[in-house]
Write a protein that binds this ligand. Structure first.
Ligand SMILES: [Zn+2]
Length: 434
């Protein structure tokens, strides 16, 4: 195995130090290390963060390999500084059996770029009618702990209650896509001033908030663990803040795009801005940033949702919902949270690595960069300035809302258990992952 001596990396909360990585583990940390290694990396000016963990990634395989595969998705993850991603269950077939989650888990192992933790569906076929084989998925080689019908809401209160009760037995969590279906029939964008002016079907904040309110009460009632996916409104933040103040076991995530973009962009009618939940108002963005800063929202999760060009390059009403996000997440968080003074790099490590790993119960990830820990880390250059160029993306899809935008920062290197997956900003070839 190749050993690495990283020189002068900015460690969290301390001075620049050297880091020796060998045999998959952080072997030494200190100033002026004299150890020798196969490769030396000058990390002056680079921040060393623990490898990022995504709670919400759509890898599309099996079934939509034209949009993404486990290989291309994990390559995109590595380029974004991730060492573990949770793969959502809305594939074809749906990941609602031990067989499908094991297939996705195995494909992740074969890729070698990033750990893939499959998410299991809550209900059979994501149809919201009958609980899927939650226990069998947990018992499988994939060891599923996070369950979600993401893309769809578990809107039946009895099914949601049963799911929460079931996962409690093995410390699992239900990750809810909070969208009241009747209130969002025909919805195309956030309901508000802009939707009124454009004459597009509105998606009211209450459709998200009503489900979150119900779910935190259900989770409290059965004493189980709830995770709220992609929180997008100021009202949702208030409900989660209240639930946490009650001491209930509720966690939440926000996407990078909901921290940066607003529904004003829909005026362009460019379907690249069509996403579920929709882009909201500047007031919502402000509330989400504040909630991430004060910890009410636990984690940033990408909701990386690749789509082929034919599903996005069409009129607004017909376009698929979603944006790719793995390769730009850290830069967007730097712009929205770090450069605004809302979060320091320790805070970023907490919201993008420690807490998501904790929510997913991923041991070996979300650990500090210190001696004896698995060498999952990313070297990030916050001084870098560049223009987002989707043609250079590793993801198979190009539906990014940041095309041509200047965003700060760049991933310089990513290590997965001591194996470099990205070096000098470039992906390492798959057969050189050693
Ligand atoms: Zn969703």
């Amino acid at each position: 195995m190749t050993s690495y001596l990283i020189r002068n990396a900015q460690l969290l909360g301390g001075p620049a130090q050297d880091i020796l990585i060998d045999a998959g583990v952080v072997q030494q940390v200190g100033t002026g290390l004299t150890a020798s290694a196969d490769v030396e990396i000058d990390a002056s000016g680079l921040v060393a963060l623990p490898g990022l963990v995504d709670l919400h990634t759509h890898l599309r395989e099996p079934g939509r390999e034209d949009a993404e595969t486990v290989l291309t998705g994990t390559q995109a993850a590595a380029k974004g500084g991730y060492t573990a991603v949770h793969a959502m269950a809305n594939t074809f077939p749906v990941a609602d059996t031990a067989g499908v989650v094991e297939q996705v888990w195995r494909l992740g192992k074969e890729s070698g770029y990033c750990d893939v933790q499959p998410v299991g569906a809550v209900t059979v076929g994501l149809e919201g009618k009958k609980l899927a084989e939650l226990g069998a998925m947990h018992e499988s080689a994939a060891g599923v702990r996070v369950f979600s019908d993401d893309g769809k809401c578990v809107d039946d209160a009895v099914i949601m209650r049963r799911a929460l009760e079931y996962v409690k037995a093995f410390d699992g969590v239900v990750a809810q896509h909070a969208q009241e279906p009747r209130l969002t029939e025909g919805a195309q964008m956030n309901e508000g001033q802009v939707s009124g002016e454009l004459g597009l079907g509105g998606w009211p904040a209450v459709a998200e908030e009503a489900i979150i309110a119900r779910d935190v009460l259900l989770a409290a009632h059965v004493g189980s663990r709830l995770h709220v996916c992609h929180v997008s409104t100021a009202g949702s933040v208030e409900i989660i803040r209240w639930a946490k103040a009650k001491g209930w076991d509720v966690t939440a995530e926000v996407t990078p795009h909901h921290l940066l973009l607003t529904d004003e962009l829909v005026r362009s009618y460019d379907p690249v801005y069509k996403v579920n939940p929709p882009l909201r108002t500047a007031e919502d963005v402000h509330a989400l940033r504040k909630a991430l800063a004060d910890g009410t929202i636990d984690a940033v999760a990408t909701d990386h949702a690749p789509h082929p060009a034919e599903d996005k390059d069409c009129e607004w009403a017909a376009a698929a919902m979603g944006m790719v996000g793995l390769e730009t997440a850290l830069s967007v968080v730097q712009q929205a949270m770090v450069d605004t003074g809302l979060l320091n790099w320790e805070g970023v490590a907490d919201r993008m690595s420690h807490r998501p790993a904790r929510i997913g119960r991923l041991t070996g990830h979300g650990r500090p960069v210190s001696v004896g820990e698995p060498a999952n880390l990313v070297l990030f250059d916050p001084a870098y300035r560049g223009t987002v160029n989707p043609d250079a993306f590793a993801t198979r899809s190009r539906n990014t809302p940041y095309r041509g935008l200047d965003l700060p920062g760049r991933v310089h290197a990513t290590f997965l258990r001591g194996v470099a997956t990205v070096l000098a900003g470039e992906l390492v070839e798959q057969d050189s992952l050693a």
